[in-house]
Design a protein around this ligand. Structure first.
Ligand SMILES: [Zn+2]
Length: 351
């Protein structure tokens, strides 16, 4: 009698196994989206120079303000602002931008290259401002670490000049430099947007207008050197147009990006229901065993709870004991350490 009654429950118990097989063998929503894979965005590293500030409590933490303007402007701040502007311009063209820093933190030269290489960047733009002991020197300069980057640097220099000479910063050309990027397999252009040691350049660098112009000029140079960026942008847009219900590609898509109403979403709901119903079935099928297990569990929890109560009482007693023993504990932490200065505040610019 009992055997016959239990048969539908057996079927329910098999359901989770069936659902798992369906999940493994059948096309998952992810696989369905991948059958027509989205074009992957092109990766570009944006590297705002320098960064970080002295931390009196932790004198061993490195910091690097970069060059300091005649007006007190710190290079690290203008580098970061222009870097963030450049990143958002590139992202608007669906570039996957990797930033070596996006806040005011110190990042070693080796780490910058490491991050860029780990993301397989196609191009690297390092954002800096120059400084010279000769305050008469002005202009924008683009550095390249090896001859392999010369053509990229030239293209960026041309586009940057076209954008900012009207602002009043002349073209200072190109130069071999920025050895920090020697190991980069991707072409590197290190943009020195102007000279902070020059009053006119430093003053311009405080304005949002000039900073945006630098970002626009560099963006134009990057896209002129690599026309694939615009082609890829158009391809991604076209793909999205044809897959309006699909998950966005690569890092452009938030991890939680799902669009309601797709077949994939309903498939997941069916699995959840099957598993839920099956669990209820299992409980009913083995209700005697479940009851026994529950009794044991309750006994164990009761025991544990008793143990915890005992531990709390013990801690309370020992806290009272130690309070009685306690004496003055504060001691001097020793003499102040001098801040560790980073390397030269001047960039690797041939003057
Ligand atoms: Zn710099």
């Amino acid at each position: 009698m009992r055997h016959h009654r239990a048969r539908p429950l057996h079927i329910l118990a098999i359901a989770p196994v069936a659902a798992m097989f369906a999940g493994v063998l059948g096309p998952t929503p992810h696989a369905l989206a991948a059958t027509a894979k989205a074009p992957s965005p092109i990766v570009v590293t944006v590297d705002p120079g320098h960064g970080g500030e002295p931390t009196p409590a932790h004198p061993n933490i490195s910091f690097d303000p970069g060059a300091i303007g005649t007006n007190g402007l710190l290079e690290k701040d203008v580098d970061l602002d222009v870097g963030l502007r450049l990143a958002s311009l590139l992202r608007a063209d669906l570039v996957d931008v990797v930033m070596t820093r996006s806040t005011d933190v110190y990042v070693s030269a080796a780490r910058r290259v490491q991050v860029s290489m780990a993301h397989h960047a196609a191009l690297v733009v390092s954002v800096h401002a120059g400084a010279s002991t000769n305050s008469g020197i002005d202009g924008s300069l683009v550095l390249y670490p090896t001859s392999a980057s010369a053509a990229f640097a030239q293209t960026v220099s041309d586009a940057l000049t076209a954008q900012i000479t009207t602002d009043g910063v002349p073209d200072a050309g190109m130069a071999l430099g920025d050895a920090g990027w020697l190991r980069s397999p991707a072409p590197v252009a290190t943009v020195e947007m102007g000279y902070l040691s020059n009053r006119s350049d430093a003053s311009l660098m405080t304005t949002a207008h000039f900073r945006q112009d630098v970002a626009i000029g560099v963006r134009d140079g990057v896209e002129a050197y690599m026309p694939a960026i615009i082609a890829r942008r158009d391809a991604i847009r076209a793909w999205r147009g044809g897959h309006s219900g699909a998950v966005l590609p690569g890092s452009l898509a938030p991890a939680s990006a799902t669009i309601a109403g797709t077949s994939g979403f309903q498939f997941g709901t069916v699995i959840v229901w099957l598993v839920g119903i099956s669990l209820v079935g299992l409980v009913l099928l083995f209700r005697d065993a479940v009851a026994r297990v529950l009794v044991v569990l309750i006994a164990v929890i009761a025991r544990l709870f008793g143990g915890v109560l005992g531990a709390i009482m013990w801690l309370r007693r020992s806290a009272i004991r130690s309070r009685r023993r306690r004496r003055r504990v504060r001691t001097d932490t020793g003499p102040e350490q001098p801040y560790r200065q980073s390397g030269s505040v001047y960039d690797d610019i041939p003057l």
